[in-house]
Design a protein around this ligand. Sequence first.
Ligand SMILES: Cc1cc2nc3c(=O)[nH]c(=O)nc-3n(C[C@H](O)[C@H](O)[C@H](O)COP(=O)(O)O)c2cc1C
Ligand code: SF4
Length: 359
Amino acid sequence: MGDTPALKPLEINNITIPNRIVFPAVQTNFATREGFVTERLLRMYGKIAHGGCGLIIAGCIAVSDDGAPSTNVLRINSDKHIASLKELFAIIRENGAVPAAQLMHAGRQTLSAMTGHSLVAPSAIPCPVMKETPLELDNSGIKRIQGDFAKAAGRAKKAGAELIELHGAFGYLIGGFLSPYSNKRTDEYGTDKALFFTEIIEKVKTKVGETPVSCRISADEFVDGGLTLDETGKIAPRLVKAGADVISVGAGTYASMNHMAPTMDMGEGVHVHLAKGIRDSVDAPVICAGNIRSMSYANDIISGKKADLVAICRPQVADPFFVKKSINNESVVQCTDCGTCLFFLHGASAVSCPQNPEL
Ligand SMILES: Cc1cc2nc3c(=O)[nH]c(=O)nc-3n(C[C@H](O)[C@H](O)[C@H](O)COP(=O)(O)O)c2cc1C
Ligand code: SF4
């Protein structure tokens, strides 16, 4: 591949990402019930880092017990989790990639049977997929969870994360506040739907200083009454003004799950136009994702100035050495788009991949 655009390093604040390929956050359900790192997670992330990926965003990692999206997700809601995450970020760094942490609260897109707590959301409207009615957060609940994000970011940095990602995409709690589809509040968090997120970013920045903060958003939710690029093109600059150093562009919510992890028949780079639209609205690097399945296409995206970093998820699940093999013109084990890794859609307990049985 030689001197190709996707292999150029990128500096963001105090870090240098060795190339433009990102392994984005993946909810594996490989953690312990208490949210600690397991040998399986160390093996998975160690291999992908060794495989040549530049930035690895570990997670998702729940900031509060009532915000866990599933049973065995990573957690960062207490200092007890720092030592365990330290091992995870260390193995990523030792294998050559920049380690990052995706922090999230699931909001209404989980179940109280999984969290052991009532669900909370901007408004008491159930997610059409999970179907459980959440409690509407009051002001003190809002402040508690914003504080949880800030404390979690401080812990992630202490554990060695070199970039913090705040999960504002896919209709989880932050995304739920951003969207008129799920936020029907009449207070200041409803009249200004970005306020919940911008306050979190400001609080997180005071905890992590120069450490770059990425904000993941659904640039289009693909639901009636939800966010489209018209709105998110205005929200993104506000996130940057509040302190975001990177915007990561995804799409969809649980009610439009096919956009969260698009199938191949939706087309290569199905959301690249959204990343380009957001990139045109901000002065910050943008990550794009969704059906980007070759290094040559990643190069086209970077050289075409449609995004600055390219997230390649399932192809690196199927073959953790995707990047190095592509650079060396070796054949990669292909992701077949079988959907097995989307374990939550078919009652499995955790991610698995027939193309990579050792995952
Ligand atoms: C099994 C699975 C779990 C995922 N979990 C998360 C998650 O926790 N946080 C997140 O932001 N995105 C999550 N995603 C979305 C991916 O980060 C990525 O955006 C999506 O798979 C599209 O990229 P791809 O076409 O390269 O797979 C998940 C995707 C898959 C397949
Ligand atoms: S489980 Fe199927 S869809 Fe998921 S990464 Fe593996 S081959 Fe691709």
